[in-house]
Design a protein around this ligand. Structure first.
Ligand code: ZN
Ligand code: ZN
Length: 565
């Protein structure tokens, strides 16, 4: 029985396009991991979708005077096209407006309600008399009661990551008209999280995969005391609440976005005509579920999602691994549309091919501390790593085989100790990449792959086969038989990271089919006897622009795309 692996990424909020920070933490990380898992021969399903409901879209629709769906239809279509251009290999990228999702959320919440984990209660909510509406979540902003951050949103503080209630904000103001709200009575339905504290702690302690920082953060979070969390909202844009007496309420968006992982799997198998297929991923205890997210999303995946699944009493699989990244910052700041800080996924592709970004983002993935984007580092990584190391090694090897051996891979097996040693190193490095990928240490894995080509380059520099060939063709042939094994290993192992380039390399090696559909073990298998490769062309182009020129180009791209960012 093949390993069932569900790979998910946080649902991008469709209010705007994902920026590089969203990509590196969730979407791109999930893609690299899913591609690697497929190469290992696992049954992988990778899902996510556009998170459409919630107050930011509604707030904007009020401001623009259009229906919220006009905004989400447009942005969802854009995101779908861009994900394809980035080479993101979702099996199902769906949206929260899809009927399968709505039906699943209502059904699961009713189960939780009937099992006594959801209760109704009168409560005081902030109300804007200017706008004549309640102010849930992002309809209100103010000062964080925990860290003092001035622009905390009603649902969560961006700065310290804590979940908030609007009534906790100090000096709150209406996000639409900026006026000071009053409090009013309303009735809401609450998820009884405290009832599940013990079960969640047990789950957290038993999970051996979670990074210790994620695990400790979550355990402390539970220890500080969980509070019941409202699952309904006084808004019209969303999923109708299914509880008796909740006719004018919508489901609060935090509930449905995490449940989308399940509904997206259901929808995927429905579309394949296998309506029960999803159960293999959600109930079979051998299956593994992976979640790739930014650190602000940790409590939703290590506490709230497990709590919802536990409360249903249906024995769902709880998250096997939650891989959370720190933040990718820009000039020390978090990406922000309003402050013109950051680079968005559409802009990036106007400047460089997807693989340049994919490599750069994963090779600098903020795994232990926040990282800072700069054009200097970008240029350095692309030029030094991709162009001068990976690209140069592959190109010199392939062009030499083309010109000196008529494109036929030399088969002489090396007998000198250097060559035997360097092949041993290759084997060890591939093992290291494997170990790093298994542990979701994607940043190290990307850098180890570059070091494979660095070792290959050093080997060629020391052996100087271009001189050797003049006196000893046999010896030179043996060196290239080694080098070409490095090239093949690079084609396979780099494929989760830079899939377009890896395929180009695979084709130049004159190997059939798609490298992404082959097996990870192919990395260390030599090419067949008498194999002929194709003519090589350089895989990358050196960046000649200065950091200042690139910053200017980005400005022009923004103008061209007609963006107000
Ligand atoms: Zn805070
Ligand atoms: Zn207002």
């Amino acid at each position: 029985m093949k390993q069932k692996t569900l790979v998910t990424s946080a649902w991008p909020y469709v209010h705007s396009l994902p920026h590089l920070g969203n990509l590196v933490g969730s979407i791109l990380s999930a893609d690299v991991f899913a591609r690697y898992s497929r190469l290992k021969g696992e049954d992988v399903v990778m899902v996510s979708g556009s998170d459409e409901h919630g107050t930011p879209v509604e707030v904007e629709s009020v401001r623009l005077g259009v229906s919220p769906k006009v905004i989400t239809d447009r942005n969802h279509a854009k995101i779908v096209a861009l994900l394809k251009a980035w080479g993101i290999s979702f099996d199902n990228y769906t949206r929260t407006e899809n009927p399968v999702h709505k039906e699943f959320v209502q059904k699961l919440l009713m189960e939780i309600y009937e099992r006594g984990y959801i209760f109704a209660q009168e409560t005081e909510m902030l109300y804007c008399e200017e706008c004549s509406r309640f102010l849930p979540d992002r309809y209100v902003e103010g000062k964080c009661p925990y860290c003092g951050y001035e622009r905390a949103r009603g649902d969560q503080c961006e700065n310290c990551g804590r979940l908030l209630e609007t009534t906790l904000l100090i000096e709150p103001y209406c996000a639409i008209c900026k006026s000071k709200p009053v409090t009013r009575q309303t009735k809401h339905w609450y998820f009884d999280l405290p009832k599940l504290s013990e079960q969640i702690t047990k789950y957290l302690l038993s999970n051996q995969q979670l990074a210790s920082s994620t695990k400790n953060f979550s355990i402390n979070f539970v220890k500080e005391g969980l509070k019941p969390r409202a699952v309904t909202r006084d808004v019209s844009w969303g999923i109708q609440a299914p509880f008796p007496g909740a006719e004018n309420k919508s489901i609060y968006v935090w509930v449905e976005a995490v449940l989308g992982y399940v509904s997206a799997t259901i929808e995927y198998f429905m579309n394949r005509g296998e309506p029960d297929g999803w159960k293999e991923y959600w109930f079979n205890k051998e299956a593994r579920t992976y979640y790739f997210i930014g650190k602000d999303n940790i409590p939703f995946h290590t506490i709230i999602l497990p709590a919802l699944l536990l409360a249903s009493g249906e024995n769902y699989n709880l998250p096997w691994q939650v891989s959370a990244t720190e933040w990718l910052q820009f000039k020390g700041l978090k990406a922000s549309k309003s402050q013109k800080v950051g680079i968005w996924m559409d802009e990036a592709l106007e400047l460089f091919p997807a693989d340049y970004w994919r490599y750069f983002l994963i090779a600098t993935r903020p795994e232990t501390k926040d990282s800072n984007f700069s054009w200097d580092v970008f240029i350095e990584r692309i030029n030094a790593d991709l162009n001068d190391t990976f690209g140069n090694f592959v190109h010199r090897t392939l062009t030499f085989v083309n010109s000196k051996f008529d494109g036929i891979v030399p088969q002489t097996s090396p007998s000198d100790s250097d060559s035997i040693q360097v092949l041993k190193t290759l084997g060890e490095k591939v093992q290291t990449v494997t170990r790093e990928l298994e542990a979701c240490k994607l940043q190290s894995a990307a850098n180890t792959i570059i070091s494979v080509s660095r070792v290959g380059n050093q080997y060629l520099n020391e052996k100087e086969p271009w001189n050797l060939i003049k006196k000893d063709k046999e010896q030179a042939a043996s060196i290239f038989s080694v080098a070409i094994r490095f090239v093949k290993a690079l084609a396979v192992t780099s494929s989760p990271f830079i899939p377009h380039t890896a395929q180009e390399l695979w084709t130049t090696l004159n190997l059939s089919g798609k490298v992404e559909e082959k097996n990870w073990d192919e990395a260390l298998k030599p090419l067949p006897l008498g194999h002929r490769i194709q003519k090589a062309t350089p895989l990358f182009k050196k960046i000649e622009d200065s950091p200042e020129e690139l910053a200017e180009k980005l400005e022009r791209v923004r103008e061209k795309l007609g963006k107000t960012v």
